[in-house]
Design a protein around this ligand. Sequence first.
Ligand code: ISJ
Length: 357
Amino acid sequence: MSDSLLQSHRDAIDAIDVEILTLLNRRAEHARKIGELKGGGLVYRPEREAQVMARVKALNPGPLSDESVAKLFREIMSACLSLERPLTIAYLGPEGTFSQAAAVKHFGHAAVTLPCASIDEAFRVVEARSADYVVAPVENSTEGAVGRTLDLMVGSPLSVCGEVVLRIHHHLLRNGADMAGIRRVYSHAQSLAQCHEWLNRHLPAEVERVSVASNAEAARLASLDPQCAAIAGDAAAERFGLVKLAENIEDEPNNTTRFLVLGYHKSAASGRDKTSLVMSAQNKPGAVHTLLSPLAEFGVSMTKFESRPSRTGLWEYVFFVDIEGHCDEATVNRVIDALRAKAAFVKVLGAYPVAVL
Ligand SMILES: C=C(O[C@@H]1C=C(C(=O)O)C=C[C@H]1O)C(=O)O
């Protein structure tokens, strides 16, 4: 490669960077003006952000991938929004958990993330208005529902206003160079379960598996004791300076966790939304079938169905149902009315844009 050719490309990049900088700041000025129009009220608009991301993906001429472009715009919007007011996002800590990674994926790096000791506490700080939104795991593709989040949503005054889908990669981490002499492996119970087969194949049976409150806590414990290892992700490995002895050890290669974003504000319709509901059925044969019949009647698709024991009676259940569309749209609205006519209890947990990234 000739030096002059290289230099000419670098000169072109320098000139383009000046243009990008000007345009970014022009964009930020508009966002700031919008903030003023909002008068210090609701600043974050999930439906608008989803539309901006979907639009740039659709318009993207390449060679950058649609995903790269969406990620860049996520950060641009995060920085623009922080000019209005930085958002505080509560999550199940400590720092380095997948919940924190999900919060950053959804709100970008300009948001302030607030680690909490439990999912309960993360809900409570938002309910008490000490943080703006909570990002909580709701289901994993290998392990199924996160019961605590579902239970909390039933009684919480917060509404779901977004979802985040995160690919989960687990690594075996240690404060040491190889696998010799590991006595104990720490991780969150869900992660131990997600790596169960790998652990059976690669570690002696006598190695103790100890479940702790989070993967980041597991990494912290492993960083203190060289006889111990942890199963956790990249963020925790970096945060506690651990060596990755084995990468991507999850049994299911498409291991993915879905998180929900909840706050006091509702999301308006974006054009591509989901509505999450919880309802109860009477305890008699065919009750669930009858309960769900309005969905078929109105041609509304269900993207999730999950049952949980209700806290009110033995062998009574509540059902968590996600449907396509926004509850403000006519058809979805009519379906919800029809469900209310059949179910003992229906609560709309929230309506929100389908995850774009
Ligand atoms: C600028 C706005 O406020 C925020 C920032 C956005 C952006 O940078 O594009 C989009 C939605 C809001 O979260 C807006 O409401 O349009």
